[in-house]
Design a protein around this ligand. Structure first.
Ligand SMILES: N[C@@H](CCC(=O)N[C@@H](CS)C(=O)NCC(=O)O)C(=O)O
Length: 219
């Protein structure tokens, strides 16, 4: 590695896409400089555009490279760490990639109904059929992946990009209540949400002073 990569992030309390590459970097022992841009301000677009052509966060800057899109950033971090971040076995790696892709592209009902809101607790949101369907699928993934490994409690044994992808879901269960999960999936959610490497992010999320009203649901 030449210089230290810079990860440009949004509000830690709300930006699930920013959290994913950040937590992965912690697990891969990659030191990052972070730059935070406050979401939903009149200047967000121009501030983000100064770093990324997508004008979105997260974006990783490393020397002359500009990498937008959380999944591409995580792939890059994994390469910096010599391939850590994906399971070593080909079959497990294929499965982990499929889960990560599914989370990146799907679960729109969950995203819409349950925005990530780290500071909030005991929020009640009406359960729709679409939300129930998303939770059922999440339960299936977390139950079966967590059950199939005898490693240290992560989805595929060692921490992987799949775990980073599902972390914001674990945090949502703290905000909106834990339901629809098997014992195995609940244990995984608790482990993921209480990951010691997450402490710094959580503390900084609590210290943020901004509140985004459209992310504050179920109050
Ligand atoms: N597909 C992108 C999604 C990034 C994204 O939606 N970021 C939000 C913040 S969490 C954002 O930049 N929103 C501001 C905007 O779209 O103007 C990724 O995976 O990185």
């Amino acid at each position: 590695m030449t210089s230290q990569p810079t990860l440009v992030i949004g509000n830690r309390n709300y930006s699930s896409w920013s959290l994913r590459p950040w937590i992965l970097a912690q697990h891969l022992d990659i030191e990052l400089t972070t730059v935070r841009i406050v979401l939903d301000t009149p200047t967000f677009h121009s501030e983000a555009l100064a770093y990324s052509p997508t004008a979105r966060v997260p974006v990783l800057i490393h020397d002359n490279l500009v990498i937008p899109e959380s999944i591409a950033i995580m792939e890059y971090l994994s390469e910096l760490a010599g391939g850590r971040g994906w399971p070593a076995a080909r079959e497990a790696r294929a499965c982990a990639r499929a889960y990560a892709a599914e989370m990146h592209a799907g679960f729109s009902a969950l995203r819409a109904a349950y925005p990530m809101n780290i500071r909030a607790r005991q929020r009640k949101v009406p359960v729709t059929t679409a939300l129930e369907k998303d939770i059922r699928r999440i339960n299936d993934i977390l139950s079966s992946a967590a059950a199939s490994n005898d490693g240290d409690g992560w989805l595929f044994g060692e921490y992987s990009i799949a775990d980073a992808m599902f972390l914001p879901v674990a945090l949502r269960f703290q905000t909106y209540g834990m339901w629809g999960l098997s014992e195995r999936a609940s244990q995984y959610v608790e482990r993921s949400a209480s990951d010691p490497l997450l402490t710094e992010w959580i503390q900084k999320a609590y210290a943020e002073i901004e509140t985004l009203s459209h992310e504050e649901v179920g109050g």
